[in-house]
Design a protein around this ligand. Sequence first.
Ligand SMILES: Cc1cc2nc3c(=O)[nH]c(=O)nc-3n(C[C@H](O)[C@H](O)[C@H](O)COP(=O)(O)O)c2cc1C
Length: 301
Amino acid sequence: MNTQPWRWRLRDATLELSRDPDRRLDAVDPDGRMATVSCGAALHHVRVALAVRGYEVAVRRLSDTGDRLAVVGVTGPAPPSPSACEMAAAIRHRHSDRRPIAATSRVDDDVIAVLDSAAGNEGCKLFRIGDAERAFLGAAVDQAQRSERDDPAYRRELAAWTTHRPPGAGVSFESLVAAVPRPVAVRDFAGDGETGLFPGFGDDRFADYLVLGAPADTALDQLRAGEATSAVWLTATARGLATSVMSDVLEVPSTRAAVGRLLAGRAEPQLVIRTGIQGHPVPPPATSRRALGEVLDEGPP
Ligand SMILES: Cc1cc2nc3c(=O)[nH]c(=O)nc-3n(C[C@H](O)[C@H](O)[C@H](O)COP(=O)(O)O)c2cc1C
């Protein structure tokens, strides 16, 4: 929902990352798991941004301290790795592209392997949904979306982060496409409301659905899953792929368990990443961000 549920505290040479309790989604995310995944993605962006500026950093991830999640410290100078440079360059171009993937061909296996390796560097793994499993995933997503749509609290929360979104946050109609037939539906943010993005020429037939799995389901796993999401998404962006992520199927306990069965105990599902060849060459618009002062506490001058 583009809540940007993070807060940073700068103290001396350390940056402390916490979940922002004012940005909780009580209906969609009562346990705060997606907020933690989101914070993990922000943490990875910070790691990349510092690395490309020549800083070596150490991250202390906190496992049992409520909203406090991690402390990032600079440990010295270090030349950035080629992958840090590639990911840093992709930060400005990475957007959620919810338009259908091109009806030309599927992403090559070796590119999926590169994405999996990006997830692996963050302690996670990607599970590529095969043709035989796609209908199962599609049905689970439909079920999750029905269950959320039937919940008045969900509908209120969706409206609060779309139609009535606060300044600098939420999902605007400009980054949404009208509902089109797809093998696996993306979240319907707009309902009967306006959508501003031309869907393009794809149909998602060749979309890849990559279930991001972590070894377990602790807050630490969710944080690492967020870091892996960022690493995969930036790597995919650097290769010109269109990408969006899907969490609705993991927000409803019964469909979350169904996706878990697809992984057959090999990992705990944390997010679904949908990627493929762009169905439209013009990039989707950038979404809004909160003012820096709202998310960064620089402490006493
Ligand atoms: C944990 C998490 C869950 C998300 N779930 C969904 C989702 O279910 N459907 C969707 O279309 N986008 C989803 N997103 C994408 C966000 O809506 C998106 O990142 C945000 O609106 C900012 O837009 P941007 O990615 O273009 O910068 C999710 C993002 C995160 C970090």
